[in-house]
Design a protein around this ligand. Structure first.
Ligand code: UTP
Length: 297
């Protein structure tokens, strides 16, 4: 018999895209970081595809100044389409950019006061439902995708979920780190604490939070009453940490590859690996890498 979940389904996703993208300046002076392409798709497209694969219908973009290109990417480009059609060019290359009317909502974060604050800006649209969060600069490649894996776990345990992955111990101080509790299965672990950017010696594990969340709407109230944390910003990790003990909280170890495309080397790594995985590019890129490897010695 098929298992039927009685939990409220995850229908909405928040994409906080109001950050300044300072690590990619000057590229991100006039173009949002989320529009930087890995090969021929902007980062935001990968995240939206992952959301749709997980059955999410409503996309909520938390935007800021200079981010209009993200919304335009998902709009109909009438002139472009008419010109392409007139020239007999197929339009299916644009299919992924089409959104059902009414399913894309934007809210503004006027001042980038941190990830937690960006999420809180979406509170009226999220309403009283559990929702997903995607950080588009963390590119998650898996089959099924990361959010689909998380929704499957959510159907099992409900509550709040974060995706995690293991990193070498000397890297933990750059990330939010979980304190693991009871191990439900090989990929699902209870979370008993969270720390943002701990010192290596204070880190409760080497499992880092990796850019995908399913949260209950109560997080909005927690964020509402919260002051600034690390870096003088309103941190999502702090709000989640305060919810632990009041609501179920689990971590899903993502089976797949994660690329930190907010960093330059992560961006290059993603570009090369995704190119190698593409039929239309693999031969050329493999030859290129071999040549470079020989030159480096
Ligand atoms: P980052 O920490 O990567 O910051 O934000 P950033 O501004 O995008 O990039 P750098 O560090 O200056 O290069 C993580 C995510 O949270 C969003 C960002 O857009 C990104 O998706 N964010 C961050 C906001 O929407 N608002 C904020 O105030 C901060």
């Amino acid at each position: 018999m098929t298992k039927v979940s009685t939990r409220k389904p995850i229908r909405k996703a928040v994409f906080p895209v109001a950050g300044l993208g300072t690590r990619f300046l000057p590229a991100t002076k006039a173009i949002p970081k989320e529009m930087l392409p890995i090969i021929d798709r902007p980062l935001i497209q990968y995240a939206v595809d992952e959301a749709r694969e997980a059955g999410i219908e409503q996309l909520i973009f938390v935007t800021g100044r200079g981010k209009t290109a993200i919304v335009e990417h998902f709009d109909t480009a009438f002139e472009l389409e008419a010109t392409m059609s007139g020239r007999g060019k197929p339009l299916d290359v644009l299919d992924a950019t089409r959104i059902q009317p009414g399913n894309l909502v934007t809210v503004r974060q006027q001042v980038p006061m941190g990830l937690g604050h960006a999420i809180w800006c979406a509170r009226a649209i999220v309403g009283d439902e559990p929702f997903a969060i995607f950080l588009p600069d963390e590119l998650m490649i898996g089959a099924p995708g990361c959010m689909k894996q998380m929704v499957e776990a959510y159907d099992e345990v409900g509550g709040n979920l974060i995706s995690v992955l293991e990193v070498p111990e000397d890297e933990v101080s750059s990330y939010g780190v979980i304190k693991p509790g009871f191990r439900v299965s090989s990929t699902l672990t209870e979370v008993t604490g969270l720390v943002e950017k701990p010192k290596r010696e204070d880190a409760p594990s080497n499992l880092i939070i990796s850019g995908r969340y399913i949260l209950q709407p109560e997080v909005m109230r927690t964020l509402e009453n919260q002051g600034t944390g690390a870096g003088g910003e309103i941190q999502l990790t702090d709000a989640m940490a305060r919810m632990i003990g009041h609501q179920p909280f689990h971590a899903v170890t993502f089976a797949g590859r994660r690329y930190d495309c907010g960093s330059k080397s992560g961006f290059v790594e993603a570009t090369l690996e995704l190119a190698l995985a593409r039929e239309d590019m693999a031969t050329d890129v493999r030859a290129l890498i071999k040549r470079l490897a020989a030159e480096i010695g």
